[in-house]
Write a protein that binds this ligand. Structure first.
Ligand code: MMA
Ligand code: CA
Length: 257
């Protein structure tokens, strides 16, 4: 009991930081050891108490990560569903458009003969009209032989006013057709060298390839003959170069198609 009191005193002394008496040094050190032991136990207990907190924090992190992953999965799923719906809708729209286009094509096919007939009737009406105005059809062109006479330039202007130009002869058939229709009449054709330093060219700027000059022509008489004419001789080779200011008939040509 005494010792207990001493212990109590000495513990108090220790707590107050007072130096222990020499007689009690052994007991004090024992108490100190006991105290240390207790403190260690308490610390250990604290440490044990702290460990569950750390574990809890780790677990919380793990749960948060899991939740995030779950949310990500859900978002991915939603995105996939949305994209799939969009794709499906677009596919449906494309299919219905394809169906419409197919129907339109089929309708056009059904009505094509009618349209073709209308188109041909239009051409027939156009040709009938041009025939009435004195145009003659040969191959894919219409030809008009003037009844009046004029210079080469004014003849050309007249053709242009009719939606045509002076005739361009590209084949022997065309040449023969014109010989046949002109007979003994002379007439301007769309061939000149006035703008091209002596080089003969057609009115569309194309070069002269198939030529049907009369014997000894072109002779550029007195250096004044720069326009070409049908000489008025019913021969396959009947072209002549003549002074452009001379007045004579002319032939216009326009393509049908
Ligand atoms: C002659 C001949 C032609 C020339 C004409 C002009 C009758 O033919 O020389 O080449 O173009 O005269 O009138
Ligand atoms: Ca001549």
């Amino acid at each position: 009991m005494e010792m207990r009191d001493d212990m109590y005193v000495n513990v108090q002394d220790l707590a107050r930081g007072r130096p222990a008496s020499e007689e009690l040094s052994y007991e004090n050190s024992a108490i100190e050891r006991y105290h240390h032991q207790k403190t260690a136990e308490v610390d250990k207990a604290h440490t044990h108490a702290a460990n569950p907190t750390k574990q809890n924090r780790g677990r919380r992190c793990y749960i948060v990560a899991l939740v995030c992953l779950g949310l990500l999965c859900v978002l991915l799923l939603i995105a996939t569903i949305v994209l799939w719906i969009m794709f499906t809708v677009e596919q449906d729209q494309l299919q219905s458009r394809l169906l419409n286009v197919t129907n339109e094509r089929d309708q056009f096919k059904i009505h094509q003969p009618q349209k073709e007939a209308e188109y041909l009737q239009g051409i027939a009406a156009y040709l009938a009209n041009t025939k009435q105005q004195g145009w003659k059809l040969f191959h894919t062109s219409l030809y008009h032989i003037s009844s009046e006479e004029n210079t080469w330039s004014k003849s050309r202007v007249n053709c242009q006013e009719r939606g045509a130009d002076l005739v361009i002869i590209n084949s022997v058939e065309e040449q023969e057709f014109l010989v046949e229709n002109l007979g003994h009449n002379r007439a301007w054709i769309g061939l000149t060298n006035i703008n091209y330093e002596g080089i003969w060219k057609w009115v569309d700027g194309s070069a002269l390839t198939t030529e049907y000059w009369n014997n000894g022509e072109p002779n550029n008489l007195n250096n004044h003959e720069h326009c070409a004419e049908f000489r008025g001789i019913p021969l396959k080779t009947n072209w002549n170069d003549r002074q452009c200011s001379e007045k004579e008939q002319w032939v216009c040509e326009k393509t049908v198609f």
